[in-house]
Design a protein around this ligand. Structure first.
Ligand code: FE2
Length: 179
């Protein structure tokens, strides 16, 4: 039987209630990959969905969210973190090029940072990557790339930052910047 969104949510809830740390999150990542291999789910919630950012689910107790990013236009984003939350990115259609960044400075200056790329790879359909609390990454994708994101909490409610690679400046992230 195909693995459906409802079952994925039930599984996320029981996994994260038991262990919201890295081990539980890894299980969520694996379950998300399973969900993305269900072509009916991908068609309904990703291919045929209207453009925009859709909250598919928010857990009232644990606070995690399942989001569908339905993009039409290609975009290359700036490096950013997810504040005190984690995020799992699961590719539904096309691909996302990921760069994970490390800070080269000592982190002592709250307004400036020097970053270096630590890992570069492409998330292909059916693959999910996990970004732990405070981890810095940037994403780039072509037209019509669509992905599902699971976050530990509603990221619009927490402090997050983005990094300007040219100037080294650290800026607060506004909710509209989403990913
Ligand atoms: Fe992100």
């Amino acid at each position: 039987m195909a693995y459906e969104l409802d079952q994925f949510i039930v599984d996320c809830r029981s996994i994260l209630a038991r262990d919201s740390g890295p081990k539980g999150r890894e299980q969520v990542r694996q379950h998300l990959e399973r969900l993305l291999k269900n072509p009916d789910f991908v068609k309904k919630h990703c291919e045929d969905a209207p453009r925009g950012l859709h909250v598919l689910y928010e857990d009232p107790k644990l606070g995690f969210q399942v989001l569908a990013h339905i993009n039409d236009k290609a975009r290359a984003g700036t490096p950013h973190d997810h504040g005190a939350s984690w995020a799992i990115y699961g590719q539904a259609t096309h691909y996302t090029d990921m760069i994970e960044w490390e800070r080269e400075d000592d982190g002592g200056d709250p307004k400036h940072a020097k970053l270096k790329p630590a890992k570069k790879y492409r998330l292909e359909p059916g693959h999910a990557g996990i970004y732990q609390n405070g981890k810095i990454h940037s994403i780039a994708y072509p037209d019509h790339a669509r992905f599902i994101r699971v976050t530990g909490t509603n990221l619009d409610r927490i402090h997050r930052v983005r990094f300007d690679l040219k100037t080294g400046e650290i800026h607060p992230m506004t909710p509209q910047l989403a990913t």
